[in-house]
Design a protein. Sequence first.
Lengths: 423, 350
Amino acid sequence: MKLELGIFNIRNIVGNSHTFIQDQALYINLNELKQVIADDQHFSKIEIEIAHPGNSVRIINVLDVIEPRVKVKGGEIFPGWIGEMGVAGIGRTHALKGVGVIEVGLMKDFYGAILDMKGAGAELTNYSNLHYVILVTEPAPGIDQAEYSHALKMAGLKAATYLARASISLQPDELRIYEIAPLNRPSINVGLPRIAYLHITEIHEVLKEPFIYGDNPRRYFPTLLHPNELIDGAIVSCTYDYSPGLKNFTYSFLNSPAVEGLYQRHGKELEFVGVVVANAPSVLADKKRSAVMAAKLIRFILGADGVIITKDGGGHPDIDLMECCEQCERLGVKTCLINSEMLSPDGTGIYSMIAFSEYADCVISAGNVDEMVDLPSMELVIGGKSMAIDIQGPFDKPMRVPIRMIPNAISQLGFTKVTTEEF
Amino acid sequence: MVPSIRVIHYVNQFFGQIGGEEKASIAPFLNEKPIGPSQLLKGLLGMKGDVVATIVCGDNYFSDNMEKAKNEVLRLISSHNPNLVLAGPAFNAGRYGIACAEVCNIAKKDLGVEAVTSMYKENPGVEICHRDIYIIETGLSSRGMIEAMTKMVQLGLKLALKEPLGSPQEEGILLRGIKRNILSKEFASERAIRALLAKMKGELFHTEVRRPAFDEVLPAPPIEDLSKATIALVTEGGLIPIGNPDHIESHRATRYGRYSLEGMSRLSKEGFESIHRGYDTTFVNEDPNRLAPVDVMRELEQEGTIGKLYPYFFTTTGVATFVENSKKIGKSIAKELKESGVSGVILTST
């Protein structure tokens, strides 16, 4: 499978009468964008705001962040959501680097993040480096959580593809080729360590799941994905009611740092043999089955000798992480896990994860989810006047929040520099 | 320049040059002149601080009269109004280490004065103060005196002057099992790939999270005669009377509730709901008995299968709840059940 990814480095975004890209600036016709995402049934209000890195801006109720991407030829992007159902990860895709689309919404139980564009909070997340198009929405009366979340997701993805469409006829700043040969072809890299990537999806309940190919992954057996499929949006966050630090945002799936890091070393230091996604079911017997089947794919189908394992969510998926670790190690596949830690605000917790296999001898920490961060005051607040979850305003004033309120700061996909140190 | 940091140094009878074991029962006293290692301390502080007093106490006196000794030392410390208290180094001397730890706790917690001690990692004093006090790690014997004192002074001055600390390795601090967030130079994913490659090649690799020791719980003996047993209902499913009178948190609970079942044949959905944020509460809110099965327990009670249902049920919210809080809640509930003669519990987990 081969994917061409055209990279457009965008250094500014500006409201304009037309939407186009010039000199690394994205000009946006905000009225047209509003019409593209308008959906009279589900939203009583849509406002589009813009924010830049370094601005004295606090964005609240951040439900998802999406990088603008569009399919230029061959295959599909965000399969199962927009366009035809088709294979992701082939053909040519364009991506606008340095830009994010933010879905903002407020409804009972919706658990949005707080993103500061400068100051102590901004320093903890790479998301503060993006120029944002922020879709601030309010639900129409009588709309339930499922309908609203679906409408928000469609609006976010439509906005992301609308913006990226401005690049279709242009030459990208950089063209990256992502290619891994099918499994049964003789490897050109004989002798390099064969490494797979396993991601465990959370399937807690409604509004707490990422979707695969547009579907809720409530029940499935572990399956193979080509890494290119992640780059083309095969996994999209639909996690609207979840502690923001413990969910993975669409932007981070698109830019999956494990996929990127393994690709960069592919053919040089290692052979990247593919991606497996597995489930985090609620019943222990199902967890064990899922782990066994995932390990089997990794060892005997992909022929991997090593695997990076990540997960969504906190709590019970720790068990899946450890079960998968154990089953892989038993089959002779060396593992390295990435996980955030729950150590209480003062860092004194002893059990940072709810399960910990004796096989888990290589665990990378994405930080203590509970540690508090002092955010400075901001001149402007975008995203509403209240939040659904126990965080009170006024939001322009200094705030003390757990780091898990800051999007991607403790990214369990490993897309963060935050970690813990013992002292 | 006038020295700005006022330092009090705590030492035992041996380092206070009073004598050995035979003098270990001596009560605490204060000397405004530096004694023993305090003289070394004076040199290390240079122009930045001054040793305003040395407190000397016998190790046996401290351990045999702990509360009295602590009060006496507290009084002596506060009489000289220091900015910094240094205790030890105690190396592997157990009673001395315990005294140093307690003295530092007094300074920091009771008087709000910065304190540093120093000892060997297996000294029993470590356990007493390591969560709150920085300990400079030493070897077993007093040969490391100069190095330990140097590091104590460097760290103590930084604390007293509110200057940023270096990493634990740079400062020589004994790791306390407490973690704080820091920024790495690389993404976690990059560290993971490098660690995995090293592990696969059989090279040394660094794990950032070590496996903790887990508690083992021995099950209670079986109930001999269920028909005479009192059975209680306990749940972590966030079941609360409508209105949540005890303000039990919807996640990361610190509290639990205890609610009467007197006169109830079942829990009504008008009376109870779940506030738990970790599972889909639709079914529980339709019928709270499916979380705390009062209806079935009443039937069993009527049939005589069980003796009786305990007249209160207990409830908290088990989602991302700190283990330390869970333990406290669990112990408190278990204590009441035990004292009330309850012999079995149905513990519904979500």
